[in-house]
Design a protein around this ligand. Sequence first.
Ligand code: GTP
Ligand code: MG
Length: 182
Amino acid sequence: MSTKKRTLLKVIILGDSGVGKTSLMSQYVNNKFSKQYKATIGADFMTKEITVDDTVVTLQIWDTAGQERFQSLGVSFYRGADCVMCVYDVNSAKSFESLENWRNEFLVQASPSDPDKFPIVVVGNKIDVEEGKESKRVISEKKAKSWCTSKGGLMHFECSAKEDINVTAAFEAVARFAVESE
Ligand code: GTP
Ligand code: MG
């Protein structure tokens, strides 16, 4: 008989349009990647079950719309969150600068009891893009890490949804972080 605990964690993915939020979720849950861009409308979730130490975790991963005109998430949507993944594209300065807004937006809407301790994981996506091709990297890992440190030590991962680099590690860190914060 299993003595494992069970828990359900709600994870919300936030970030500018086109940074790869849907792609990260789809790579993590279904091992699928599509080159085609299809804007997310509103929000939708997928689930995945993983084990963290002695806890069986059902990750309920909510993918949200980066495009403002598709956003219609109420306060109650944010309040149920156990962890937030804030995504930027390492090849887009604008998407990195938006992190501040996404984090603030979440903290204002969800108003967690201890905002400085709320589990937020920052993900820099599209590290596979080669110099001189589609675009080139403008946000160094050092720059991103220093911003994360300035916000009280947010966890940081660099990923590629396309090449499946670090995607599992990022979501597992999210789960672990949330379990440990419960
Ligand atoms: P919204 O739904 O509008 O908020 O966008 P999103 O953040 O969900 O972006 P999405 O996952 O739809 O990806 C946008 C585009 O970037 C698509 O054409 C993807 O194929 C591409 N893309 C996503 N992740 C990567 C990656 O890691 N590397 C590369 N090269 N392209 C990626
Ligand atoms: Mg999307």
